[in-house]
Design a protein around this ligand. Structure first.
Ligand SMILES: [Mg+2]
Ligand SMILES: [Zn+2]
Length: 202
């Protein structure tokens, strides 16, 4: 089975500019290319999972997100990084555009995008990770059954630990530290080899 690192976009992969879809204002966060290369070398698929309620709020069209994806692909390709997927949730319960104004199961902290990605890519969620800069990302990852890393860069300000699902497996200062934590973590309860030398998960 495959394994995935799900990545929040705003404030995690790129500098957080609220509701931005302008390619010229999309800048990678420090350490992101190195971090993603390291994860790619470890054979993780890299999938973006981003809340984009600006669509439901009428601030931009869904098509604008295609430009965002293409920009991100271009910035990362220069560093030899390939994204395997780009998922976004366009919904918001208080949206002004009626077809997107709904309570959905894909807006983080719900795990819909992660579960969809895992099914599509034949991935084991227990061997997968979610990295984000707020606890809603962590909760989505934990709800999906992944391990989770919070990038503690100041974007989480409420620290609402109302449920155990909001507690990350690790807290890292930046993406490179997060990637190193993942690359050195053995899955709990995971047996590397049997006596027969065959790899098994327990
Ligand atoms: Mg974020
Ligand atoms: Zn949604």
């Amino acid at each position: 089975m495959n394994k995935i690192v799900f990545l929040d976009k705003d404030g995690t992969l790129v500098e957080d500019v609220p509701y931005n879809t302008d390619p010229s204002r999309i800048k990678l966060c420090p350490g992101v290319p190195e971090a993603l290369r390291l994860l790619q070398q470890q054979e993780y698929k890299l999938i973006v999972a981003s809340n984009q309620s600006g669509v439901a709020r009428g601030l931009f069209m869904e098509e604008a997100l295609l430009r965002v994806k293409q920009t991100l692909d271009r910035l990362l390709r220069k560093h030899g990084v390939h994204l395997d997927g780009f998922y976004y949730c366009p919904h918001h319960v208080n949206g002004t555009v009626s077809r997107y104004a709904m309570k959905c199961t894909c807006r983080k902290p719900m795990p819909g995008m992660l579960i969809h990605g895992a099914v599509k890519h034949g991935a084991d969620l227990a061997a997968s990770w979610m990295i984000g800069d707020i606890l809603n990302d962590v909760e989505a990852g934990n709800r999906a059954g992944c391990r989770t890393i919070l990038i503690n860069n100041g974007n989480e300000t409420e620290w609402d630990y109302r449920s155990a699902k909001r507690i990350p497996t690790f807290i890292a200062n930046d993406m490179l530290e997060a990637a190193r934590l993942i690359s050195t973590s053995i899955m709990p309860g995971y047996t590397q080899t049997t006596s027969a030398g065959e790899q098994v998960g327990t």
